[in-house]
Design a binder for this molecule. Structure first.
Ligand SMILES: Cc1ncc(COP(=O)(O)O)c(C=O)c1O
Length: 448
């Protein structure tokens, strides 16, 4: 049991058996639980009253910081007025307002917004839109979807099929969507270790899509989906020119390009989207996490007009054009939280703030070079990773120890395998950025 949790007596007060925790080592966790009871601004408070600096924006999602009263009040007001309205064949005003607010920050032309409730649902929605688009245009033989190795696109069957995280796929391998293929990932330490921002090497890796076009014939391919910066696998920043090249190949072959911006959206990289920062416009963008500061589950898909119009204009005008949607699509509370969140981003210029803090973040994270076990450091915007040497025969164990040590010292980071990842809320101060990485340094020195 670690120091943070030894005083926690939650297991005596609350039976922990029933909650089957997601993406968690349940037995290990319940033997030494890590429980958060409240949050404000940059900090969580644990059940034993310790303040913990949030270096992860929760799960890359609380970009405006915790406990924002404007959002809480907007949700409360909305719930008092209209708790729920069916989104099929009916609507409520805030759904349209939220769609307008999202469209306003998407790249030009990607202004048709479909709402869902999680990143996984957004991805499955985007994949279905891509298939429906080709079919509506009489190009229905385009059924093949292309993802990327090491990609994380959520946990729906669509998402794990196009995704490239082995652990998320292997138990379900016989049930994945047929015909899906993957381009190679972009991680190559020999060529790009310790790159600051976008690696100079690797634009040619996008040509792997040409290999798949040659193998399958491009006329069978509906869409390619990639995270502009791969997040969950440990922050893989796209090489300079790579996304431009992917765009060119997709355009050449009539393939839709989907950017999964569930992590990179809403200021994480200093702009509303990675697309805007990197100057590459896809046909479809998926979003979720920071859309409404994670106050209420919400996600969305921004489709370009040509995609939307091809589907919506194909029907007679009296029939449902797209047989898809969720009971909670554009839920009034989520939509109200979204409006309030977008207003905070705008008023407080949080995307600009993120952009201006990025050099400080880069300086501090790269200052860990040379510390024990550090074999790579990468970053873009307020998103970074420190990759550690794995212990022999125990992949992931070292990063887990560093994660626990950081937590004991009052910093909540994340880890995936032996990669530590960092993505603080955009309200983080320069001093807090220093604190995050000096804590990691101490933790590394105390870790075997
Ligand atoms: C790029 C990306 N897409 C999709 C998802 C899935 O989101 P959710 O967990 O809300 O289903 C995630 C979650 O981390 C993600 O990072």
């Amino acid at each position: 049991m670690n120091a943070l949790t030894e005083k926690v007596s939650l297991s005596k007060e609350v039976d922990m058996e029933n909650f089957w925790m997601p993406f968690t080592a349940n037995k290990q966790f319940k033997a030494a639980p890590r429980i958060l009871k409240s949050a404000k601004g940059m900090y969580f408070t644990t059940i034993d009253d310790k303040k913990v600096l949030d270096a992860s924006s929760g799960l890359w999602c609380v970009n405006a910081g915790h406990g924002r009263e404007e959002i809480i009040e907007a949700v409360h007001k909305q719930m008092m007025e209209l708790d729920y309205a069916p989104p099929f064949q009916m609507a409520h005003p805030v759904a349209f307002e939220a769609a307008k607010a999202i469209a306003a920050v998407m790249p030009a032309g990607l202004d048709r917004i479909f709402f869902a409730n999680s990143g996984s649902e957004a991805v499955d929605t985007a994949l279905k839109i891509a298939l429906a688009y080709h079919r509506a245009r009489g190009d229905g033989q385009r059924t093949r979807l292309i993802g990327r190795e090491r990609g994380y696109s959520g946990v729906g069957f669509g998402g794990i099929s196009v995704g490239g995280i082995l652990a998320n796929r292997k138990a379900y391998s016989g049930a994945l969507i047929p015909g899906v293929d993957h381009i190679s990932h972009t991680h190559n330490l020999a060529e790009m270790a310790f790159s600051k921002g976008q690696p100079a090497w690797g634009a040619h890796l996008a040509d792997d899509l040409e290999r798949l076009c040659a193998l399958h014939d491009p006329s069978t391919i509906a869409a390619v989906i990639v995270e502009p910066v791969a997040g969950s696998t440990g922050v893989l920043v796209p090489p300079q020119g790579y996304l431009q090249r992917l765009r060119e190949i997709c355009t050449k072959h009539g393939i839709l390009l989907i950017f999964d911006e569930v992590i990179t959206g809403f200021g994480r990289l200093g702009k509303a989207t990675a697309s805007e920062l990197l100057g590459v416009t896809p046909d479809i963008i998926t979003m979720a996490k920071a859309m409404n500061n994670a106050a209420i589950p919400m996600s969305g898909v921004a489709a370009s007009r040509h995609v939307h119009d091809a589907i919506v204009n194909a029907g007679p005008g009296t029939a449902i054009e797209f047989f898809h949607g969720y009971t909670y699509s554009a839920h009034p509370a989520a939509a109200a939280a979204c409006l309030a969140t977008q207003e905070i981003y705008r008023k407080e210029k949080l995307f600009d703030r993120s952009l201006s803090l990025a050099p400080k973040f880069e300086k501090e994270i790269h200052a860990l070079r040379g510390e024990p076990f550090v074999k790579d450091i990468r970053n873009l915007g307020l998103m970074g990773a420190v990759e550690l040497e794995s212990r022999d025969g125990a992949p992931g164990a070292r990063a887990y120890d560093v994660f626990l040590k950081c937590l004991e010292k009052g910093v909540l980071a994340r880890f995936t395998g032996d990669i530590m990842t960092f993505s603080p809320p955009l309200i983080v101060s320069e001093g807090q950025i220093e604190e995050i990485f000096s804590t990691v340094r101490k933790a590394l020195h105390e870790t075997a």
